[in-house]
Design a protein around this ligand. Structure first.
Ligand SMILES: [Zn+2]
Length: 141
């Protein structure tokens, strides 16, 4: 009794507190990822099933955080569908996904004067389709 120094007592409590803070942080991060995934999935289901609304949409960062890192898009002219990696798109991560639509074009249909519209189809957690032959936003020449 009384032989323990304050350092031992409070040091132990401090370590316990630190590990609690750390696990709370991990839980918070997991909760955020889960919320981002729910947000991205809800948007994706709306786009695929009902064709929108495209706005508001999650951001690139939210999709990546939620584990839905692939955007499936369709050329409105030839109906080719491709999966684009959101991770590889050179846009600020806080860009809403719907804003990418304007920068996308189908390489087999696009000419210098004509850029057929594209449609955002859905978000996926893995690459479902070949990314070629589409240009990504940020790759415009
Ligand atoms: Zn096309």
């Amino acid at each position: 009794m009384g032989t323990k120094s304050r350092e031992v007592i409070f040091g132990g409590r401090h370590r316990l507190w630190k590990s609690r803070v750390e696990s709370t942080r991990q839980e918070a991060r997991a909760a955020i990822r889960k919320a981002h995934r729910a947000l991205a999935e809800e948007w994706s289901v709306g786009m695929e099933g009902f064709g929108g609304p495209a706005q508001p949409s999650p951001t690139i960062a939210q999709c990546l955080s939620g584990g839905l890192g692939w955007l499936e898009v369709e050329c409105m002219r030839c109906h080719t569908r491709v999966s684009l990696s959101l991770d590889a798109i050179r846009r600020p991560r806080d860009t809403p996904v719907w804003k990418l639509e304007a920068g996308l074009r189908c390489r087999s249909c696009a000419t210098l004067r004509y850029k057929p519209p594209v449609r955002l189809v859905k978000l996926t957690d893995s690459q479902e389709l070949n990314p070629y032959p589409w240009d990504r936003p940020g790759n415009e020449r």
